[in-house]
Design a protein around this ligand. Sequence first.
Ligand code: NDP
Length: 517
Amino acid sequence: MVSTCTYQFDTPVYKGAVTFPTQLFIDGEFVDPVNKGTIELINPATGKPFTRVSVGDREDIEIAAQAARKAFKEHWGLKVSGAARSKMLHKLADLVDANTDNFAALEALNVGKTFLSAKTQDIPTIGALLRYYAGWADKIQGKSVQTTPDKIGFTRHEPIGVVGAIAPWNFPLSTLIMKLAPALACGNAVVAKPSEFTPLSALFLCTLIREAGFPPGVVNIVPGYGDTAGQAIGESMIIDKVAFTGSTLTGRKIMEAAAKSNLKKISLELGGKSPSIIFDDADVDQAVKWAINGIYTNQGEVCIAGSRIYVQAGIYDDFLQKFTEGAKRLSLGDPFSPGTFQGPQISERQFERVMGYVKSGQAEGATLHLGGKRHGTEGYFIQPTVFTDCTPNMKIVQEEIFGPVAAIMKFSAEEGSLIFHVRSITVIHGVKEVIEQANNTPYGLACSVFTKDIDRAMRVASSIEAGTAWVNFSNWPDLGLPFGGFKQSGIGKDLGEDALENYTNVKAVLINIGIRI
Ligand code: NDP
């Protein structure tokens, strides 16, 4: 029997009800997990439990993978035209768009992000992603290659088979669709696992997947814990590829599991510690606006968050004052209140983790310039926080905090030298050294540079080891451009045409048209 839940929203920004099954979605049906497991979900804005949904375990992943394999072989993969896949993806996009408010409400309730940011950014992005890859579905093509006069060679880009998609909790549905859309466009079947903290939007999506016409087994969604269901995806002998977004630590585990099982292909979108470098000639108001957006959007729970901000001495005081005023103005509170900019951190564990970094910054000698405290008395809210007087090796400068904590550093660049000012100590660096500081973390996801000098912008953008460089703005991936990290920020690309490479095997076909011997 199908178990459903209904969420009744009676909020200033949304009034309505959303009903959907809370079971696993396998082979086109809503089913109970083999061991009947459930998980209690906590509302991060209150810290209180509000619902239970099913969670799958290793056996359920195996069952889902078998269903996906069967679907792939029998009525998907090379058996369905790209045009037909495109049509289903377009239909799914229309259904998502038609349910924008419902999805936004579920993300706000489950993640703690604001309803309005989900409604205007996250959910429209999902429809756009589905349409973008729907457009590619009938354009997956190889090339012909001139070999020798008596041979014709060409390449075919064939679907890989069964893709395991593992999504994190900060952008639950958009990160899932970032994998699902290109995987399906290329003709793969999918076993997807949302984070144990945020399964609701993925569960609601299941009903729409059915309605969009995808054959049973092509998309399977199994909420579950990372160390059981997630690990089982990495270890499965049936799953041919894992596409993952999450922490670098878990990325390593997936790589290890792939190596120890069937050497499945992997693409990993991992953590970041993105630098913003702001020069004296930048438009200060714009730089402040983007820097605030860069670190405090989505509660700072963003892999590309601009968490290290290097500001040139000539504008440092002005920048810091305006940044501080701007950060003070951000309103924290109910994700369903129209004026709220920042909601709670996702969980108590994440709250404690971020507060641990605040303590470490203080213990290592940085100045806590703003915030650093719990906001309110319930839920997991943390004040927008600013550290100054940071040195390069502090944990708050090196590690991904994934919370609303900015480290602002001052540099001077006169006659080719840059100076880090740290309390009474002044460390002098050349221009090369400040770039080295920006590059001095294990991460390489994104960076931004603010200057009106286009030559300098190009020089700096090309010197930073990062998968994305923004000039005069930040935190703005584009669906048509590849997104993914250098160094320990990942392997492979999401978004754009490049993401298609994750989901196809390239086969070389050679035909002998010469004389037989
Ligand atoms: P994780 O990397 O643990 O979670 C991401 C996803 O991986 C979740 O679905 C998780 O499931 C799953 N997972 C966990 N363990 C395994 C495993 N062994 N095999 C396969 N999948 C697994 O991130 P956390 O939730 O622990 O967050 C910790 C930190 O990671 C954050 O503070 C942040 O620094 C970083 N992070 C980065 C993200 C990014 O966008 N780059 C996104 C999320 C986190 P489950 O949630 O059920 O454990």
